[in-house]
Design a protein around this ligand. Structure first.
Ligand code: SAH
Length: 478
């Protein structure tokens, strides 16, 4: 992991005085997580760059119990992203190695400590759980010009999407000390990884390093929450004290209501919220004959059976075993004849044209498309939208952006082992819009679950409705 700080302030070599590290000498410092090297790749009177290279030792991390916990996944202790990314270790290194610069002390150039000078800092690489947009929301309000290079997860498999890693360059004219406090606080906020220090003195550290900028930062709440690892007691204390700095008091009542709501939502699992959202969409469409495509173990089928609106309910799955479990759970063999008549189980795959699927009002496809291999997706699209052609199609899939919020989910992993892909909101919506255009449906999108202001909802839903022949120009033209 490499951080460089460059200035064109004249004479540029004053940077050495501010950092209290001699530009002519490379130095190495030992820490509990590995070695920190400081050197100057360029040092002329016009331009000077100081480099801080973190050589994190994964074995040392395990020994000192500073790295990822290895329970059940012993290799992860040794093989992880920590050596390559800017994390809380960088903040620790800055405090250790550039401690006096961070505190605003300079023996030789005291007058420069508070002087704004042109500075550019480059970090290779910064894990940003929340994407480029979030990165900009943190640094741009502080006056930085931000430039970002993103990387695909794997160059060979573009469908895997982008990694959460970025090379980030930030430029501004400000005192070096201020820049160091920004990096110190915001790097761990961007990383948001689980395993780093949070002690009671972290509130004091946050307030000290955030002095003069955090209280007025538009994202001060999320910065505080993430910096303090969501420890509610500490977050509340820090926010209360930040407000004391003379900032407008947030509406206390609204805050309390939001907390109550969060508490309320907690016991309702995402699964239940998804079922509820799908049922609401089905009721709104008013359909009576409904297909549950990829019905799995029949959770939605059970809900539909309870509603009189649905006269014919069909569950289809490629897994015979799932269908057996669904029948068992619904006590299909012991169902009264009237109920039994309403429900049918079909064994079949959604990537083959199937006459049995034609002529229904609604089709729901809940958490299924992400199980299809991407090359099979186009077959699925035609099977449903071109041949089966239900009047309404209700489809849900995970929002990949939200994955950063599941603390136990390692970056870049899918929520479920069987998932072949997971889409961001933009990927899902552009796919759905394209389908709608091609097969003459209208489409709208509904978030499911608590919507995060940065990464959106945990689950995304699209509702397609077939355009009637009269309103569809292309049908008229045919
Ligand atoms: N809709 C259910 C199950 C989701 S899990 C629920 O929300 O609980 C995904 C389901 O899709 C699994 O049951 C799996 O067997 C099924 N599935 C995967 N590929 C399929 C295919 N090609 N055709 C039909 N079903 C498929």
């Amino acid at each position: 992991m490499l951080l460089t700080i460059t200035t064109t302030h004249l004479p540029a070599t004053d940077l050495g005085h501010l950092l209290r590290k001699n530009p002519d000498r490379a130095q190495t410092f030992e820490t509990t997580f590995g070695k920190v090297h400081v050197f100057y790749p360029e040092k002329t009177a016009e331009i000077c760059t100081a480099a801080l290279l973190l050589d994190v030792d994964p074995v040392g991390l395990v020994r000192n119990r500073r790295g990822p916990a290895g329970e059940g996944r012993t290799l992860e202790q040794y093989v992880n992203d920590r050596p390559y990314v800017a994390s809380s270790f960088l903040s620790v290194a800055i405090a250790d190695v550039f401690g006096s610069a961070l505190a605003g002390k300079s023996k030789e150039r005291p007058e420069l400590v508070e002087t704004p000078i042109p500075l550019t800092v480059k970090i290779s690489v910064l894990p940003c759980r929340g994407g480029e947009q979030f990165l900009r929301r943190l640094f741009e309000p502080l006056g930085y010009e931000v430039s970002v290079i993103g990387y695909p997860l794997d160059g060979k498999f573009s469908e895997w999407g982008q990694s959460p890693y970025f090379t980030v360059t930030l430029s501004a004219t400000l005192p070096l000390r201020t820049l160091l406090t920004h990096v110190y606080v915001l790097v761990p906020v961007l990383d948001n990884d689980k395993h780093y220090w949070v002690g009671d003195d972290e509130v004091a550290k946050l307030l000290r390093h955030g002095e003069g900028w955090l209280a007025s930062h538009p994202e001060r709440e999320i910065i505080t929450r993430r910096y303090l690892k969501h420890r509610r007691d500490l977050v509340e204390e820090a926010l209360a004290r930040l407000v004391d700095e003379g900032q407008p008091t947030p509406d206390r009542e609204e805050e309390v209501h939001a907390q109550e709501e969060a508490q309320l939502e907690k016991p309702i699992s995402l699964n239940e919220q998804r079922l509820g959202a799908v049922m609401a969409a089905l009721k709104e469409s008013g359909g009576r004959r409904v297909l549950d495509l990829g019905c799995g173990e029949g959770r939605l089928l059970r809900e539909m059976l309870k509603e009189k609106q649905f006269e014919e309910i069909v569950g289809i799955d490629v897994s015979y075993r799932a269908l057996e479990i669904a029948q068992k759970r619904l006590h299909f063999d012991r169902m009264p004849p009237k109920q039994k008549e309403r429900i049918k189980f079909l064994h079949g795959s959604l990537i083959y044209r199937d006459k049995r699927l034609s002529g229904y009002d609604d089709a729901v496809v809940v958490e299924v498309i992400e199980h299809l291999d991407p090359p099979r997706l186009s077959a699925f699209e035609r099977v449903i939208f071109e041949f089966a052609q239900p009047a309404t199609v209700i489809l849900t899939t995970p929002n990949a952006e939200y994955n950063v919020k599941w603390e136990t989910l390692p970056a870049g992993k899918f929520r479920h082992r069987d998932h072949r892909f997971e889409w961001t909101r933009e990927q899902f919506q552009s796919w759905a819009n394209e389908i709608a255009e091609r097969f003459e449906y209208d489409v709208r999108f509904v978030p499911i679950g608590a919507v995060d202001d940065v990464v959106g909802p945990p689950t995304q839903m699209s509702i397609f409705t077939k355009r009637s022949a009269g309103t569809s120009v292309s049908v008229v033209l045919r």
